[in-house]
Design a protein around this ligand. Sequence first.
Ligand code: NAG
Ligand code: NAG
Ligand code: NAG
Ligand code: NAG
Ligand code: NAG
Ligand code: NAG
Ligand code: CA
Ligand code: CA
Length: 448
Amino acid sequence: MEQSSDQEISSPSKLEIHVSKKSRFLLWIWFLMTISIFIIIIFFIIFIRIQSVFFVLDDKPNIETTIISQRSTRATRVKLMSTEMITSKPSNISRVIPCNPLKFSKYSSYSTGRTPWSLSSGHLDEDPYLDIVVVFRSIATFRLYYGIGNGTFQPEKEYGNYPYPVYVAVKDINHDNKSDIIIPFLGIETIGIFINRGSRSFSSIEKHYTGYYQIDYYPYWIDISDFNHNSLLDAVVVNGHDASVTIFYDYSNSNFTYTKIYPTGHDCIAVSIADFDNDTYKDFAVTDYSDNTISVYINDKNGFFKRRKKYQAGVAPWGMTTADLNNDQFADIIVANHGSSIVSVLFNDGQGHFYKRDTYYIGGRPMPVAVADLNNDSFMDIIASNYKDNFIYIFLNNQDGTFLPYQTFQTDPEILAIITGDFNLDGKIDIAVTSEGKDTLNILLNLC
Ligand SMILES: *[C@@H]1O[C@H](CO)[C@@H](O)[C@H](O)[C@H]1NC(C)=O
Ligand SMILES: *[C@@H]1O[C@H](CO)[C@@H](O)[C@H](O)[C@H]1NC(C)=O
Ligand SMILES: *[C@@H]1O[C@H](CO)[C@@H](O)[C@H](O)[C@H]1NC(C)=O
Ligand SMILES: *[C@@H]1O[C@H](CO)[C@@H](O)[C@H](O)[C@H]1NC(C)=O
Ligand SMILES: *[C@@H]1O[C@H](CO)[C@@H](O)[C@H](O)[C@H]1NC(C)=O
Ligand SMILES: *[C@@H]1O[C@H](CO)[C@@H](O)[C@H](O)[C@H]1NC(C)=O
Ligand SMILES: [Ca+2]
Ligand SMILES: [Ca+2]
């Protein structure tokens, strides 16, 4: 066909030119149709990929599924298939890392309400043992587990009925020497504060609205500190849908005094406060889930913040925490990347910039990440999980900010949150996680 039309062109007559034009036209149609079919197939394949990447929680439908699907639209535009390089290599200076390999007790398990989305620990009663509070997203309640000293806990009744608790912080917010419970409820655009009245009793909810103009702000994570050095506590709350944070300033007499909103990246999730530039004023960082970045906000020394600086994280960064990993006295940032199965470590250059980044692969869909010195060598170690299996992944610090290959310890499946603390007061840092697969709280005691 093509050959004959070529020939026709080489020996033109009026009729032949007409024929050749017609067949070229048909050729073009054929060509365009092929291209379109090809493009449709490509889109279909990408769509299937996105489904498998972002609808990970589909098999257990809850409110998070909606959030994730809403997020996916924007997240798809970013380099989804990008395979991240594993940049980190432990240096080969040979050191003796204590407690390597680590040892933990077989995990103990406590039943929780459905979808134990977050947990936190602190001293919630008068004994010296750490207590734990767990929030249950699906059933809009939370429950206290009182530590009784040997690493075991006494569960109390469930509290509250507000949609949907997604994070929990424990902090003595009113300076009465008793730790209070602070929970963002994303269904009512509110952070709820439950004031500790002593003897294991708490005030009814004290509501502080994060949203204005009826906007669906979706308050998500919260962190609490004193940004403006007046000893009254301030809170920073991530507004997932609004791509912003609300900062509540100066809690006193059961209320914050004023608020201020700062823009973040799209679908921000986690927030962590630290002094990044060593000026004694607290700064903070946020994970921008749909932008694959973290945003860093440096305090202007009045408690307000300079223009946001963005740094590349992995794909779909979710959980985050801050800690000095290489003992240079500057807080580094650790991020769990939901979309690229890795934990990223971003190193602080001493001025609050985070250009150097290492990555550690753990597979699956990482959500929470925590740090603690698990082997008591004064270097912070990393604890993460990947949601797809029933293990925690621990990276021991090679005493220079790089990390040894991970060690795994069994838990219940589908870990949603991780915290650390010395639950049995033996001086060794223990681990607590919540499992969506079994709806449980698991405790792993450190036997190092
Ligand atoms: C690591 O070991 C290799 C060979 O064993 C050596 O060439 C290299 O210089 C070492 N690097 C460091 C940082 O010690
Ligand atoms: C912890 O203490 C409680 C109460 O004293 C006791 O019932 C339980 O067996 C102890 N558990 C362990 C692991 O020692
Ligand atoms: C705060 O409470 C703890 C026990 O919960 C107590 O040991 C400590 O002395 C208290 N501090 C003040 C300043 O009241
Ligand atoms: C708390 O403070 C806000 C201003 O930050 C104010 O609008 C609100 O009415 C106050 N609430 C109470 C109960 O005083
Ligand atoms: C941080 O600042 C303090 C002074 O506020 C200084 O003493 C210290 O050396 C600084 N740390 C580093 C690592 O530069
Ligand atoms: C941890 O190390 C410090 C000294 O570096 C030591 O005093 C302490 O006893 C150690 N703790 C445990 C539980 O081994
Ligand atoms: Ca360590
Ligand atoms: Ca312990």
